[in-house]
Design a protein around this ligand. Structure first.
Ligand SMILES: *Cc1c(COP(=O)(O)O)cnc(C)c1O
Length: 366
């Protein structure tokens, strides 16, 4: 079976060295040495400041929402946030879970990211934030989104779960917004098994969030506000340090896979239009077919041959009933119905990849 993605498994020897250190120090969590080391190394690697490691990418979103005052302890205020329907469920469900109503605005048909032209119409007196997603690692229209946010005094939290290491206009894409969140889930490009991070624009927000992820505890006998447990453990950080040690090789291998698809697939298939100056991370290879029937047929044909392409992101989130945000999102719903993410990981064999390309060719010729 060829999965859509495989977790990157770094050198076991290297991992054991880090684990030996954990045993020596007998320190397993609560901002340990490895968490501090990974924080520093990720800030250097990504070229950012104010990075906070957390237990997973969903908590990264929740803590960012809370630290920036989007969600609060008073549900009577009925806060809302404008977000994209074309994303993984966690972007929107993390809002809903914390009492913030997600309000969808449709995506751009070429970049598949939140279309800034649709934001203003979705703003109400209860809107507190815009939550765009750099979907598949493409950059949102950050300039236009920042302008709308400034004009209406809204916070911007980018769900940058797919955008690890992506550069835009010569610097980290994560520098945009009041905060950008990352997921380090096993299936993501860079991972810690489970894990995540928040990159804050301002130091004061980082300091607040640092307390929040540890129950709101500010000192041995002081609890400053309601917090949660969102700490990353030393074992997670050890895995992250090892994956980071091998990042260059991982990226090289993925770039090769990515380019083979780009050259091998029929150019009539719709691909995501990357923003100008984007330096991509080769995290995903999505393609959009001509019609939903064709997508379903291709997926079935691949599956018969042991290849698990996935319909990311389907369904478009306005159709998810428990989110209670049913307004029509024609572009997102169209792209979602026709999209398929093809297998991409560092060890995907060229022969397997050629098989995938051939099977797609057969189905799309008909
Ligand atoms: C993976 C992902 C998340 C959730 O991250 P977890 O680490 O699995 O909690 C959130 N948003 C997007 C867009 C994702 O792809």
């Amino acid at each position: 079976m060829i999965p859509v993605t495989k977790p990157y498994l770094p050198s076991r020897e290297n991992l054991e060295k880090y684990i030996d250190g954990i045993y020596e120090r007998q320190w397993l969590t609560n901002n340990g040495q490895l968490v501090q080391e990974l924080t520093q190394r990720l800030e250097d690697y990504l070229g950012v400041e104010n990075l906070l490691l957390v237990a997973n990418g969903t908590l990264a979103l929740q803590v960012a929402y809370r630290a920036l005052g989007v969600s609060d302890a008073n549900p009577a205020k009925r806060p809302e946030a404008i977000t994209t329907p074309f994303t993984f469920i966690a972007t929107a469900s993390a809002l809903k879970w914390d009492g913030v109503q997600p309000v969808f605005a449709d995506i751009d048909p070429n970049t598949w990211c939140l279309n800034p032209a649709n934001i203003e119409a979705a703003i109400t007196p209860n809107t507190r934030a815009i939550v765009p997603v750099h979907v598949f690692g493409n950059a949102c229209d950050v300039e236009a989104i920042d302008a709308v946010a400034q004009q209406h005094n809204l916070k911007v939290i980018y769900d940058a779960s797919h955008a690890f290491g992506v550069n835009y206009q010569g610097e980290s894409l994560l520098k945009h917004g009041d905060a950008a969140t990352l997921s380090f889930h096993a299936t993501k490009l860079f991972h810690t098994g489970e894990g995540g991070a928040i990159v804050f624009k301002r130091k004061q927000d980082l300091l607040r969030a640092q307390k929040m992820i540890s129950f709101g505890i500010a000192g041995p006998e002081t609890i400053e506000e309601v917090g949660i447990n969102a700490k990353m453990s030393e074992l997670q950080a050890a895995m992250g340090l090892c994956v980071l040690d091998e990042m260059e090789d991982n990226l090289k291998a993925r770039a090769q896979v990515w380019r083979r698809y780009e050259h091998g697939l029929n150019p009539s298939l719709l691909q995501q239009a990357k923003r100008e100056t984007l330096v991509y991370n080769y995290a995903y290879f999505p393609v959009v077919f001509q019609a939903q029937e064709q997508t379903v047929r291709v997926a079935a044909r691949l599956k018969e041959n042991g290849i698990m392409a996935r319909r990311y992101f389907y369904p478009s989130l306005e159709s998810v009933e428990c989110l209670n945000a049913p307004a029509n999102q024609p572009v997102s719903s169209d792209i979602a119905s026709r999209i398929l993410c093809l297998p991409i990981f560092d060890q995907l064999a060229e022969s397997d990849q050629n098989k995938i390309i051939d099977l797609i060719e057969v189905e799309t010729e008909q």
